[in-house]
Ligand binder design. Sequence first.
Ligand code: SDX
Length: 384
Amino acid sequence: MTTKVEQAQVIRGLEGVYVSTTELSRVDGERGRLFYRGYAIEDLAEQGSFEETAYLLWHGHLPTATELERFSQQLAQSRRLPARLYCVLYDLPRETTPVTAMRTMVSALAAWEPNADATTPEAELYHARRLTATFTTMTAALHRIRQGEEPVLPRDDLSHAANFLYMFHGREPSAAAARAMDTFLVLYADHGFNASTFTARVTASTMSDMYSSVTAALGALKGPLHGGAMEAAMRQFLEIGAPDNVDAWFERALKEKRRIMGIGHRVYKTWDPRARILREQARILASESDEPQWFELAERLAERTLQHPYFQERRLYPNVDYYGGLVAYYLGFPPEYYTLLFAVSRIVGWTAHVMEQHADNRLIRPRALYTGAEELAYTPLQAR
Ligand code: SDX
């Protein structure tokens, strides 16, 4: 919605406004397509890997086998935490939500990292690897400590996705679980100028450091209209309880004008392509789990929205979080970790955007159209 005042145009939420260029990802909202540096996410998810995707976003081209091998080793060797960070994790109050804990941990990590403030390309490539690798270690350690268990140390011989599940659950994942985790991490890695990425870029545009940009991005991601939706979508399914309850719940939600979590998108006006891929991963995991009813419930609810005129008229379709929450549930993650799971993948995009911003920086400083009072006479205190 725009307000025309004095020839200035105010475009709320910057909806549809192009504020910069990027070579990292292209989101085609009308056709429901997503590309990372020109490659379709379907190809990266089905034939590539998280490591390959991170390399592509940071370096601008797909790696050769030798480059990928070396990169994967470097990432694996960046997984260990300074011992002091485990003390911070133990000291955090139990009720601190996982994404809030990570906001603290990123700042703590920076305090122990040499050259954390350095913004040269080489330094930022190191920081991007370090943050991406340790996001999994810190997330897993937080969970184990909250379970009253010892944190599991990272292994260098497992892929990023498999090692994350290994550290989180304390046992090696099945091939299907590692595959689903890898696909999840590929699909959430980058997505244009979404709110958290734009927050990272605004922070980076002041020539602030990567850790500060990532901390700011985590704060933006925490909101229920952005990264909080994956958890909200899964909790919605748990609230419905069983596939047979969907119809009555849906009618009530419509009447109460409730937002159906995981449905709708600012850019996609058709299926979110990531939702299509995660839907198939959720189908596979559901078929191998003893709780297949959640997938069936989600399918039935999606069907109701797709068939309803209210959603059709507004072009509201399932987005990444609708099935992302289901995949996370079947991978054994508690719902309170879902926003943090989003960040465990999106850290690659955030760091790539910080590097892109610093490579050709322009301070991001838009205008606000003042509509407040003007030219008021000052009334002295004793006269008020
Ligand atoms: C992510 O930007 C990104 O790329 C984000 C992301 C990423 O990878 O970074 O893709 C990840 O954040 C995905 C979105 C996750 N959020 C949710 O699933 C929350 C539920 N969805 C909505 O809140 C909403 O669809 C948004 C926030 C996602 C987008 O909303 P917009 O573009 O601001 O649209 P809007 O709020 O102005 O809604 C337009 C209309 C309104 O109805 P009317 O005023 O026309 O009567 O559509 C309705 C809204 O009430 N509407 C919904 C709805 N979403 C929009 N009605 C019911 N259920 C919904 N989910």
